[in-house]
Design a protein around this ligand. Structure first.
Ligand SMILES: Cc1cc2nc3c(=O)[nH]c(=O)nc-3n(C[C@H](O)[C@H](O)[C@H](O)COP(=O)(O)OP(=O)(O)OC[C@H]3O[C@@H](n4cnc5c(N)ncnc54)[C@H](O)[C@@H]3O)c2cc1C
Length: 302
C-alpha cells in the first residue's frame, strides 16, 4: 500500500498532524513507539491554551481520544529505524515492517540525555529513573535527588515535593536556568535543598540505589538517597533520518513551511531546529506540516 502520508511519532506534533490529515481525507499511517511522547511524562501543565491546569497524562488522554475519534491507521509500539526517499516514494523501515508513502512527517521528538557516570546504567530502573511522572510514586516518603537545573528538573522537583521526604536538587551550573515561576515554587518548599555548582560523579548502591557521589567547591561528598531522577536535557530522535540535514545538536533543519532538505519529507515539533520546545508549539508545527504535505501532494497531481 502506498500511503499519502506517514507520520513518525505520536506526541503533540504527530497527533495534531494526524488529526489535520484525516480531516483532509488523506490516506495516512501513524507509526510510534508510544502515545503522548514527553507530554505523558509531564507533571502540571499550565500553559496549554484552553486548559488553565491539566496534568501531562490527562492531556495525553485528550490527545489520544481526539486522534482515535477518526479512522487513523496506527502502528503503536513500533520503532522507525530508517527513512529515505527512493525516487518519488518515501520508504520507511521499522523494527517490525517496511512501509511506503508519497510524503512523510518526522515528529519523533526527543529522549533523555544520560549523565554518563559510573553506576548510571547499573542502577537504571533500580532507583535511577528519567521520568518523575512515571516513577515518582515509587519514592513516597524517601530522600531523593533530582539532577539538573532546567525546566524538566524543576518540573520533577515540584512533582516530588508532594511525594518524597526530601529532595536534593543537584545543579551543575551556578544558577537554575528553568522558568522563574517554577524556580519560585521550588525555593518556597522547605523540602528542597538546592545545590548549585555541584556535579554528580557516581551513582552508588548495592541491589538498589543508596546514594550519589557529588563534587562541590569544597570537595566530594555522598548524599544518601534512594531515588535519582536524571533531568539533564534531551536529545533529538533523528538518527534514523540519515539523509535529512541537521544542525550541530542533531535537530532536523526545517523552513517556515516545515520542509526539510528532501522534497516530500517534512518535520515538526521538538525534533526540529524550531526554537522553543513546548506542547502548543509542537502541536502548531504538526498542523503546519500536514497542511504543507497536503499542498505538496496537490501540486504533484497537477
Ligand atoms: C518533564 C517535562 C515537562 C514538560 N512540561 C511542559 C509544560 O508544562 N508545558 C509545555 O508546553 N511543554 C512541556 N514540556 C515540553 C513538551 O512536552 C514537548 O515540547 C512536546 O511534548 C514535544 O512534542 P513532540 O510531539 O515534538 O515530541 P515528543 O513529545 O517527544 O513525542 C515524540 C513521539 O515520537 C515517538 N518516537 C520517537 N522516536 C521514534 C521512532 N524512532 N520511531 C517511532 N516513534 C518514535 C515517541 O514515542 C513519541 O510518541 C515538558 C517536557 C518534559 C520532558
Amino acid at each position: 500500500m502506498l500511503y499519502d502520508l506517514i507520520i513518525i511519532g505520536a506526541g503533540p506534533a504527530g497527533i495534531t498532524a494526524s488529526v489535520y490529515a484525516v480531516r483532509k481525507r488523506m490516506n495516512i499511517l501513524v507509526i510510534s513507539k508510544d502515545i503522548g511522547g514527553q507530554t505523558a511524562w509531564s507533571g502540571d501543565i499550565e500553559n496549554y491554551t484552553g486548559y488553565q491546569f491539566i496534568s501531562g497524562p490527562e492531556l495525553t488522554a485528550k490527545f489520544e481520544e481526539h486522534m482515535k475519534k477518526y479512522d487513523v491507521g496506527l502502528r503503536e509500539n513500533e520503532e522507525v529505524i530508517a527513512l529515505e526517499k527512493k525516487g518519488s516514494v518515501v520508504s520507511i523501515k521499522t523494527d517490525k515492517a517496511a512501509y511506503e508513502a508519497k510524503t512523510a512527517i518526522v515528529a519523533s521528538g526527543k529522549h533523555s540525555r544520560e549523565l554518563g557516570v559510573p553506576g548510571e546504567k547499573e542502577f537504571k530502573n533500580r532507583g535511577l529513573t528519567y521520568c518523575a511522572t512515571c516513577d515518582g510514586p515509587l519514592f513516597t516518603g524517601k530522600d531523593v535527588a533530582v539532577i539538573g537545573g532546567g525546566n524538566s528538573a524543576l518540573d520533577a522537583a515540584i512533582q516530588l515535593i508532594k511525594i518524597a521526604k526530601h529532595i536534593y536538587l543537584v545543579n551543575i551550573k551556578a544558577q537554575l536556568t528553568g522558568d522563574k515561576i517554577m524556580q519560585e515554587k521550588v525555593r518556597e518548599s522547605k523540602k528542597v535543598t538546592l545545590l548549585n555548582n555541584a556535579e554528580v560523579k557516581a551513582v552508588l548502591g548495592d541491589k538498589l540505589v543508596t546514594g550519589i557521589r557529588i563534587k562541590e567547591k569544597g570537595g566530594e561528598k555522598t548524599l544518601a538517597v534512594r531515588g535519582v531522577f536524571v533531568e539533564v536535557g534531551l536529545i533529538p530522535n533523528s538518527e534514523f533520518a540519515k539523509d535529512l540535514k541537521k544542525n550541530k545538536r542533531g535537530e532536523i533543519e526545517v523552513n517556515s513551511y516545515n520542509e526539510t532538505n528532501i522534497p516530500g519529507i517534512f518535520a515538526a515539533g521538538d525534533v526540529t531546529d524550531v526554537p522553543e520546545k513546548q506542547i502548543i508549539i509542537a502541536a502548531g508545527e504538526g498542523a503546519k506540516a500536514t497542511l504543507r504535505a497536503f499542498k505538496y501532494l496537490t501540486q504533484q497531481k497537477t
